[in-house]
Design a protein around this ligand. Structure first.
Ligand code: NAP
Length: 277
């Protein structure tokens, strides 16, 4: 399994698991839990959730799935910007901990920029760190201007990741955000790495994958993981899918394959607004 080192020296698996929409449908619950547990068993121990997902239902499902393997899991959660005041951040985190049935979150992210000043949110994050309720914190959906502001904010140097939309069809960040974060030593966490499954139906992706004897999902994920400071968090709610995704964990793509993919999905040549989903 490829690994990524966070700015505080903590090492996490480069391939994790997303959970958006998991926990919403009771009839899928046992399979979703089995899928998360299978992923953890395989080494995809970084699990990403958010208080926003299903209004806490995803956190509750994650809590149930990991309760007897909590110490093996690197748990990522996110506070909504509307809750990210000095008091609201603490209350939201405590509510998330109850949903997750755990006493700490390994990485707590500000989901996107809202109306509260970063200074206020970061101070609350640092309080949560002192209380042992979170181990570290980061941000999500931040563009280069926002990252500049974050790094200029007191405690901003404690930011451990920026979680953003990144996959073959969403390469905009390669022009500015990715090199900038790289220079500041902040890894990126790529969300929707298979473009919510749309990439898996792309004829060009399917053809290249077939030629290589791998699946389209493995090709798309291996492409995201070709860089040593990028984490991918595909969401799978079926065991077969998580097992398939695991096949990308140590897959290296050849320069020829990367060239073919560049031809189908050209790298950006100018700055573009950060895309979000
Ligand atoms: P995604 O991971 O790109 O795609 C998920 C979809 O792909 C699901 O429909 C899943 O199907 C399917 N899939 C996954 N692996 C597959 C495989 N091997 N074969 C066939 N189909 C496969 O999209 P996402 O859920 O939007 O993004 C991933 C995670 O990133 C989220 O779950 C969430 O944790 C996080 N996220 C964060 C933000 C943010 O603002 N920070 C925004 C979006 C997402 P099944 O479910 O049927 O297995």
């Amino acid at each position: 399994m490829k690994q990524v080192t966070l700015p505080d020296g903590h090492i996490v698996p480069a391939l994790g698991q997303g959970t958006w929409y998991m926990g919403d449908d009771r009839s899928k619950r046992s399979e979703e839990i089995a899928t998360l547990r299978r992923g953890i068993e395989l080494g995809m121990t970084l699990v990403d959730t958010a208080e926003m997902y299903g209004g806490g239902r995803s956190e509750q499902l994650v809590g149930e799935a990991i309760k007897d393997v909590r110490d093996q899991v690197f748990l990522v959660d996110k506070v909504l910007p509307s809750n990210a005041s000095s008091k609201g951040t603490i209350t939201a985190c405590e509510r998330s901990l109850r949903n997750l049935q755990t006493d700490h979150i390994d990485l707590y992210l500000l989901h996107w920029s809202g109306s509260y000043r970063y200074e206020e949110t970061f101070k609350a994050f640092e309080t949560l760190k002192q209380q042992g309720k979170i181990a570290r914190w980061g941000v999500s959906n931040m563009d280069p201007g926002e990252m500049d502001e974050i790094l200029a904010t007191p405690q901003g140097d404690q930011c451990m990741v920026n979680q953003v939309l990144y996959n073959l069809t969403r390469r905009g960040i390669e022009f500015d955000l990715l090199p900038m974060c790289r220079e500041d030593g902040i890894p990126l966490m790529a969300y929707s790495p298979v473009e919510q499954s749309r990439l898996l139906r792309h004829k060009g992706v399917k053809d290249i994958a077939a030629k290589l004897g791998i699946t389209a999902a493995q090709l798309a994920l291996a492409w995201v993981l070709r860089q040593e400071d990028v984490i991918a968090i595909p969401k799978a709610s079926r065991v077969a899918h998580v097992e398939d995704n695991f096949g990308a964990a140590d897959l290296e793509l050849s320069p020829e394959t990367l060239k073919e993919l560049d031809h189908l999905f050209p790298a950006p040549t100018r700055s573009r607004p950060l895309e979000i989903l």
